[in-house]
Design a protein around this ligand. Structure first.
Ligand code: ATP
Ligand code: MG
Length: 332
């Protein structure tokens, strides 16, 4: 038996990418992306619809050849050693890939059989995963009768039948309710504890905040910021004034007053009573609160502190994060 020495492939870096480019016609979906992703962590890609997240993941998982640039995945060359990489990585796509007409159990057994498990072992592994993912009761139900959260969990279960060294999760929690999202987060954390490196894309800032050790903010095919969530927040500025109003009708006037006293753009969150603004000189914050009081605008709460990841995102990309995923054009 011959085997390749793994010595040269052991290191602390799971993914090292340089100047990745992918164009579709005139769209430069990925436009010179550099990445260095440490092993044993969760790495998050955060970006608006069409930023190039899925395209980047498809290249890194060998599904799509880059036009330019190269990458090393788990020590293997993306272009020359794709088979080595495929044996060690797994991908859960943005759109569910399980067979709707089969039951959850049948889907998992099929994947296990395709991964080389013998009949009995395939069945054992399927039951083990159904239990771990809280899907035992739905084991014999057709997937088309599953809820979105159940389907997502089954999808992730299918991608870890053989535990990969590196797992790509493309929007693992899009469309899930908070409880199901928490469930998926627990699964991701357990995978990392078991030694898997996870690269996930998300449109939820709190997800990146909670789960990712490091985050790359991607916009228009480029990485526009990279770091831990604390670093990203600090890069935008440590002083942000958050104000909550008693009456949402007073928000336009409050916005005007804050803009005038602070001299910066005021951000309006989806909560109709909330506003926030970057404060370069701390003393101006109390002046701004004074001005609001003088105008008889009642506030129920205020704080001066770190910006939220939402504000970081808005500052960096100039657009708020998507509330809901609507893009259909990039189904692959
Ligand atoms: N197969 C394709 N053919 C043509 N254009 C494509 C293809 N795949 C992606 N694109 C385009 O490339 C750009 C990046 O798409 P991509 O799917 O990578 O974005 P994304 O960040 O994953 O977005 P989303 O949050 O909507 O999933 C978009 O403009 C998209 O329309
Ligand atoms: Mg995508």
């Amino acid at each position: 038996m011959t085997y390749k020495s793994r010595a040269t492939h052991e290191g602390d870096v799971a993914i090292e990418a340089t100047q990745l480019v992918k164009a579709f016609g005139i769209t430069r979906a990925v436009d010179g992306v550099n990445l260095s992703i440490p092993k044993g962590s969760v790495y998050g890609f955060l970006g608006p619809n069409g930023a190039g997240k899925t395209t980047t993941i498809r290249m890194l998982s060998t599904l799509l050849a880059p036009d330019e640039g190269n990458a090393t995945i788990l020590g293997y060359d993306l272009k020359k050693e794709a088979a080595e990489i495929r044996a060690r990585v797994s991908l859960t796509g943005q759109f569910a890939s399980v067979d709707e007409n089969l039951t959850g159990l049948e889907n998992l057994i099929m994947v296990a059989r395709l991964s080389g498990y013998a009949r009995k072992q395939a069945k054992d592994r399927a039951y083990e995963l159904l239990s771990a993912f809280d899907l035992e009761e739905a084991a014999r139900r057709q997937v088309k009768k599953y809820s979105g959260g159940m389907r997502r969990r089954l999808d992730i279960a299918a991608s870890i039948v053989v535990l990969p060294e590196l797992l790509f999760l493309d929007e693992p929690t899009t469309g899930l309710d908070p409880r199901s999202r928490n469930h998926v987060w627990e699964i991701v954390r357990a995978l990392v504890t078991a030694g898997t490196t996870v690269l996930l894309t998300t449109q939820y800032l709190d997800e990146a905040d909670q789960l990712a050790d490091r985050i790359a903010v991607i916009d228009k095919g480029k990485v526009i910021a990279e770091g831990t969530s604390a670093e990203l927040k600090a890069s935008v500025g440590s002083g942000t004034l958050h104000v909550r109003l008693q009456d949402p009708d007073t928000r336009p006037e409050a916005e005007q007053i804050l803009t005038n006293t602070l001299g910066t753009a005021v951000q309006l969150s989806s909560d109709p009573t909330a506003l926030s603004a970057h404060v370069s000189v701390t003393s101006r914050a109390s002046k701004a609160l004074d001005e609001l009081a003088k105008a008889n605008i009642s506030i129920t709460d205020f704080s001066l502190g770190q910006p939220s990841l939402d504000e970081v995102f808005l500052t960096l990309t100039g657009q708020p994060p998507e509330e809901e995923h609507t893009s259909e054009e990039n189904i692959s």
